[in-house]
Design a protein around this ligand. Structure first.
Ligand code: ATP
Ligand code: MG
Length: 602
């Protein structure tokens, strides 16, 4: 165990002692030289201290070797220089209950010494600024004379060191000189320590701010975000009570949206505070922060029946520079906050503001999405009904038209025959469109069901060709590898795929162009079907996009040709439902081949 400093240094240190002898009291007074060497030793000891608490400990145990006293305390000015805090360094000042008490900077002997920046040797009762709160208490405990020296660190006054003794006029000029040197040395060390401690605190605060910001940025719902913010700010920074208010739409009231802490029973979710009322209302009205370390002295504070708030720190939360709410932190202790809390919470309010903006945007997008999905459902249902109802009248028109075209009398009148052919062609196109639309609506609503069976691919291709009327200038050939005649498919839907591909080949190639449909072996389990033309081709960069809904090549010749951009999308969906793949092999003006695979019958 470490030997107490006093014992280890006692050979050198000489204390002012009064000895009682038979011939009356003998006073042992240390020489100035002895006192300076004691000061030197204590200063060396202090230089090793690495924390404020350690400096206080050494001051408390060692000052009595330097300046005789019964009472001793240090007053340190706070950062905002509005108050000083007393640090008791003796049992008498402990008993006077002065430790950790806050006083205004101009109060008491300490206040006078700090403002004049000169030492005072005075009588407790008659001292300048002497008041009941400090000097009165010391007097009650028998302290009659005081020595108060200002503490300097460079040009700045950081506080005051005060000694008290039980008899009057106890301190000499020499005492004042020694005390001054000691006070200045302590002041420098305390300032250095606080710089180091501050830097350490800042680093850990930055880490904590980052941690909280990270958590906030991951929260996408406003409720969850505000609750999360109140919780994590309180837990991470060990605050007593944290609330988050948001402004209502007409900006007249603040609504309590989230609460975490010891007062949450008294201020429930949904609690309202008028803008302009109370501390939180003042912050909203003025868009300015309030740091109040004694709410009882602030006229803006509204006393709550069950509350025992003593300190309050409230800051504006802004979204895009405009006030959106208030973050409020309270404590049941006086002087609970300093400006570092202000800086930390300001940074967090900025983060909260941008997280709030993101969460609001996200919620708006979600709502818009839900509305769009609903609209799309209504549209799909409507299209389904319309296209379904189109099909039977169209089938009747086509059947009647075809029957008339076979009629000998009709065939004899060329103009009637031509017009009839137009009617049948256009009705066929409409029918195709109605079928495509119906397929799409069923695909989108998940109602499209497939009925797989063994299908002869030759029949399937022939059917598809007969459904697409060839212009007299297009020739179409088909070729099927005899080893792969049978496939497993839903015949109506796969026929629609081939039909769409032949339809495109006709549409996007000039008259006289050759179209060829082929079915060949592809892999042990798959057959390959392809439709080729000698038409306008597709630019290489577009081929991957054309299977998307409504996608079309929007330049050049293809632009003149009308279409909905749905055919290939349907083909892909049907082919994939058959377990196959579909792709385009083309290049501008090289003609186009579209291929797809389908399962063979094993
Ligand atoms: P519809 O929905 O009536 O079929 P569409 O033919 O425009 O309209 P898709 O069949 O999906 O739609 O074809 C998409 C686009 O791909 C076409 O607009 C066209 O630009 C291009 N395309 C498709 N097939 C060919 C082809 N054989 N030759 C050249 N371009 C083609
Ligand atoms: Mg098409």
């Amino acid at each position: 165990m470490e030997t107490p400093l006093a014992n280890r240094l006692s050979s050198k240190k000489v204390r002012h002692i009064e000895l009682a002898t038979g011939s009356g009291p003998v006073v042992v007074v240390p020489t100035l030289h002895q006192r300076l060497s004691t000061l030197h030793e204590i200063s060396i000891r202090l230089d090793d201290a690495v924390s404020f608490d350690r400096i206080l400990e050494i001051m408390r145990s060692e000052t009595r070797w330097l300046i005789e006293h019964q009472a001793c305390f240090m007053a340190l000015i706070n950062r905002t220089r509005t108050h000083y805090v007393v640090h008791s360094l003796s049992s008498v000042t402990d008993a006077a209950d002065l430790h950790q008490k806050h006083f205004f900077t101009d109060e008491g002997v300490a206040g006078a010494v700090m403002s004049s920046r000169t030492a005072t040797r005075t009588d407790t009762r008659s001292a300048e600024n002497s008041g009941p709160a400090i000097e009165g208490r010391l007097l009650d405990l028998g302290i009659k004379s005081l020595l108060a020296v200002p503490m300097h660190a460079g040009a700045e006054t950081t506080g005051c060191l005060i000694f008290g003794r039980a008899h009057s006029a106890a301190y000499s000029l020499e005492d004042a000189g020694i005390a001054q040197q000691f006070a200045d040395h302590c002041s420098m060390l305390i300032r250095n320590c606080s710089i180091i401690e501050d830097a350490g605190k800042r680093i850990s605060q930055i880490e904590l701010i980052n941690e909280v910001s990270h958590q906030l940025s991951a929260m996408l719902h406003v409720d969850e975000l505000l609750r999360g913010a109140a919780e994590s700010i309180r837990e991470t920074f060990h605050y007593f009570d944290v609330t988050v208010f948001l402004l209502n739409e007409d900006r007249t009231e603040l609504l309590l949206e989230a609460h975490s802490g010891n007062f949450s029973d008294f201020l429930p979710h949904g609690y309202r505070q008028k803008v302009g009322h109370g501390i939180v209302g003042w912050v909203a009205e003025n868009d300015e922060e309030i740091l109040c370390n004694d709410v009882s002295a602030d006229p803006r504070y509204i006393v709550h029946e069950y509350h025992n708030t003593k300190s309050e720190l409230a800051l504006p939360i802004r979204v895009d520079g405009q006030l959106a709410g208030v973050l409020n932190v309270e404590d049941a202790k006086l002087h609970a906050f300093d400006e570092t809390d202000g800086v930390v919470l300001e940074t967090l309010c900025d983060q909260l503001g941008s997280a709030l903006k993101n969460a609001r945007l996200y919620e708006e997008i979600q709502e818009a999405n839900i509305r769009l999905i609903e609209l799309d459902k209504v549209k799909t249902e409507f299209l389904g009904i319309v296209s379904h109802d189109f099909r039977s009248p169209l089938s009747s028109i086509i059947l009647a038209g075809r029957a008339l075209l076979k009629n000998e009398e009709v065939r004899r009148i060329q103009r009637v025959k031509d017009y009839l052919q137009i009617i049948v062609d256009q009705a066929n196109k409409l029918n195709q469109l109605a079928e495509d639309t119906l397929s799409i609506t069923k695909m989108e609503s998940g109602e499209l069901t497939y009925h797989f069976k063994v299908v002869n691919v030759i029949r399937l291709i022939q059917d598809a060709i007969s459904m697409v009327r060839m212009s007299s200038r297009h020739t179409i050939a088909f070729e099927v590898d005899p080893t792969v005649t049978f496939i497993k498919a839903d015949p109506a839907k796969l026929r629609q795929v081939v039909q769409n591909l032949i339809g495109n080949a006709v549409k996007y190639s000039p008259r006289g162009g050759k179209i060829s449909v082929k079915a060949s072996d592809y892999s042990p389990k798959e057959m390959l079907l392809s439709v080729s033309d000698q038409g306008i081709g597709i630019p290489a960069e577009k081929v991957d996009l054309l299977f998307q809904k409504y996608a079309r090549v929007d330049s050049g010749e293809g632009n003149q040709i009308k279409g909905a951009g749905l055919g290939l999308w349907i083909c892909k969906a049907v082919v994939e439902a058959h377990g196959g793949n579909i792709w385009i092999e083309s290049g501008a003006s090289k003609g186009t081949t579209i291929k797809f695979t389908v399962k063979k019958v094993q």
